[in-house]
Structure formats: structure tokens, C-alpha cells
Design a protein around this ligand. Structure first.
Ligand code: C2E
Ligand code: MG
Ligand code: MG
Ligand code: MG
Length: 286
């Protein structure tokens, strides 16, 4: 009897595995089609000065709206694209959109694009980037690229060579999700990096957790000492914003407290509104 039951469980388990496997295969096929058809769209999340008076940069974030499933989270479809070896096609697509959208914004605004670990493995990205900048007419100084701590460590030697070339073009390099990888802090000094984006896990409970705030302040102090500029991500409320401002923890703030990701046209409107409010002397968030 127990054997039969065990067998039953096993069959059920295999059935579930099959269903999940098939579902994943379907998603892969659909993603391939979406990439080929240019169905990946891009939204932009502004980075504000802590006083809320200026937008300096916007992060380009990929979006995929599946015809039946609706929106699929980028964390999920980027990982699938990496497994399939097609993530660089998404990077190039997002780069093209981001550079041409940035051209429509006020000149003080830059755009920041995420790279995948696979983009750091080959020379191809540098040449494609030159072409995209030339075609869109965006100056390299307005383009920022974000690489995660973990992908840097995974591809340290090739990443260094590629980042150095990108930087010599005038592109700004940011290290993303800082503090979540295996931080060997020495690479902050030895890699060509300009910006540290501190992961939102460091911000979440700074109101309640004094040690967390101390840790954040330590990271900020260390980064500033190396002439890196600091973006704090995932700032959701005014309490967090006030603490970060009080302790001078950020050069720029990215988070729901100021704005969620928005369309390229909405970026232009928001930048205009922020400018107009400055004229009246009010901060956006006071
Ligand atoms: P990321 O690069 O760290 O992007 C920031 C993520 O945090 C975005 O999620 C953004 O919507 C979210 N976020 C911003 N402010 C807040 C906040 O105040 N609270 C909370 N809880 N979340 C906030 P999103 O758009 O879902 O992207 C998730 C990740 O997917 C990104 O993390 C990035 O690693 C990846 N990704 C997105 N677009 C691309 C892309 O074009 N290429 C690559 N390679 N990866 C991408
Ligand atoms: Mg990012
Ligand atoms: Mg990030
Ligand atoms: Mg992240």
C-alpha cells in the first residue's frame, strides 16, 4: 500500500515537473518572439537630488507584456533571456530606445541602462554602442551603464577591459545593487567605476534599525572617499528620505518617494513640472 502511495506521489511530482517545464518552454518561445518583434518596451525611473528639486538621470527598465499572462517581471524574463543566450539582444534594444528617448529630454538629463553579465563577456558591446551613439546622436556623457556587483565578480578580467573602453568613450559606469554581492571592497578602487548604487535592502529599515543606518553611512563614507558618487535606491517614504538627507547619504535618490518608472514622454513633463516648481521656490517633497 505504501509502495502504491509512493508511486502515486512520484507520478504527481513528475506531472508537476512536466507542467512547469512545458510552461517554461512556452515562455522561452514567447520571449524569443517578443525580442525578435521588438515587443520589449522601456520605462524610466527618475533619480532626483535629495531635495527633490532636480532630476539628473533616469534608469531605463525593460518591460514585457505577455499577450496572455500580462506583465512578466524583468527579474524573471532577463534571467530566462540569459539562459537562452539572447539577453544581449535585449540590452541593445533597450540601449537604442534609451539613447533616442534621452535625446528628447532636457539636456541636463542622462539615461542609465542595465547591462547583463553576458554583455561583459564579449567585445561586441563596445562596437555596437559606438554605432548606437552615432545613430541616435546622443553624447556619450549622457549615457550611464549599470553593472551588478555579482556580474562584475563573475567576469572580472573581461569586464575590466570592456568597462575601461566604455569609460574612455565618456560613458559613466555605475555599480548596481551594491552591497548584495560578495563585496571584495578592493575592486571599488581598482575597477573603472564612477557611481555606486546602494541596494534598497540597506534602506528598508533605517528608521527602526540604527545599526543598519550606521552600515549605510559607512558605505557612503567609504565611497565618497574614493570619489564615487552615490545613488540610493528604493527610497519609498519621507521618513527614509529625511534620514538620508540628514546624514548626507545620497547624491541622488531613486525610489517611489519621488517617482515610479514612467513613460519617456512623462519624463519630459515631470522634468518641466519640477523646473516650474523651483521657480516658485517650493521643493517637490518638503
Ligand atoms: P535594478 O536595476 O536594481 O532596478 C531597480 C528596480 O527597483 C526596478 O524594478 C524598480 O522598479 C524597483 N524600484 C525602484 N524604486 C523602488 C522603491 O522605492 N521600492 C521598491 N520596492 N522597488 C523600487 P524592476 O523594473 O522590476 O527591475 C528589476 C530588475 O530587473 C532590475 O533591478 C534589473 O536588475 C533588471 N532589469 C530591468 N530592466 C533591465 C534591462 O533592460 N536589462 C537588464 N540586464 N536587466 C534589467
Ligand atoms: Mg539597475
Ligand atoms: Mg539596482
Ligand atoms: Mg535590483
Amino acid at each position: 500500500e505504501s509502495k502504491a502511495r509512493a508511486k502515486g506521489h512520484f507520478t504527481l511530482f513528475v506531472g508537476e515537473m512536466d507542467a512547469r517545464y512545458l510552461e517554461r518552454q512556452r515562455l522561452k518561445e514567447d520571449l524569443r518572439a517578443a525580442v525578435e518583434n521588438g515587443d520589449i518596451t522601456v520605462v524610466y525611473q527618475p533619480m532626483f537630488t535629495p531635495d527633490g528639486r532636480e532630476i539628473r538621470c533616469c534608469e531605463a527598465l525593460a518591460r514585457w507584456h505577455h499577450p496572455e499572462k500580462g506583465p512578466v517581471a524583468p527579474n524573471i524574463f532577463i534571467q530566462i533571456a540569459e539562459e537562452m543566450g539572447i539577453v544581449s539582444a535585449i540590452t541593445l534594444h533597450v540601449l537604442r530606445r534609451a539613447c533616442s528617448d534621452c535625446r528628447t529630454w532636457p539636456e541636463g538629463l542622462s539615461v542609465s541602462v542595465n547591462l547583463s553579465v553576458q554583455d561583459l563577456r564579449s567585445q561586441g558591446l563596445v562596437d555596437s554602442l559606438k554605432t548606437i551613439l552615432a545613430e541616435t546622436g546622443l553624447v556619450a556623457q549622457r549615457l550611464h551603464l549599470e553593472v551588478t556587483e555579482s556580474s562584475l565578480i563573475e567576469e572580472l578580467s573581461s569586464a575590466r577591459a570592456i568597462l575601461e573602453q566604455l569609460r574612455s568613450l565618456g560613458i559613466t559606469i555605475a555599480i548596481d545593487d551594491f552591497g548584495t554581492g560578495f563585496s571584495s571592497l578592493s575592486y571599488l578602487d581598482t575597477l573603472p567605476i564612477d557611481v555606486v548604487k546602494i541596494d534598497r535592502s540597506f534602506v528598508r529599515d533605517i528608521g527602526e534599525n540604527k545599526r543598519r543606518l550606521k552600515l549605510l553611512r559607512g558605505i557612503v563614507h567609504l565611497s565618497r572617499g574614493l570619489d564615487l558618487s552615490i545613488v540610493v535606491e528604493g527610497v519609498e517614504n519621507r521618513e527614509q528620505l529625511a534620514l538620508l538627507s540628514k546624514h548626507h547619504c545620497a547624491d541622488l535618490i531613486q525610489g517611489y518617494v519621488f517617482s515610479t518608472p514612467i513613460s519617456p514622454v512623462a519624463v519630459t513633463e515631470l522634468a518641466r513640472n519640477v523646473q516650474a516648481r523651483n521657480g516658485k521656490g517650493d521643493a517637490v517633497v518638503a
